[in-house]
Write a protein of this length. Structure first.
Length: 72
């Protein structure tokens, strides 16, 4: 099926496509999102310096009392 284009104010606004093409585009979108997540994970792995901070240490740095926060 040849895509049909919807024109609004002399500009393409939308397109009507067959279901096979729509499903293919959805798969491409899913793969693109997966690649972004994998890239983010790899960057984090490659730049990790091994520093870890406990909740208590971070709260102390921020001047927060965890016991007060837990009571709320």
């Amino acid at each position: 099926m040849i895509p049909l284009h919807v024109i609004l104010n002399n500009k393409p606004t939308a397109a009507l496509i067959d279901m096979a093409s729509a499903e293919r585009l959805a798969r491409i979108d899913d793969i693109e999102e997966d690649l972004k997540l994998v890239t983010t994970a790899l960057v984090r792995i490659m730049t990790d310096k091994g520093d870890r901070h406990s909740l208590e240490d971070v709260a102390g740095e921020l001047g927060l009392d965890l016991d007060e926060l837990r009571d709320d």
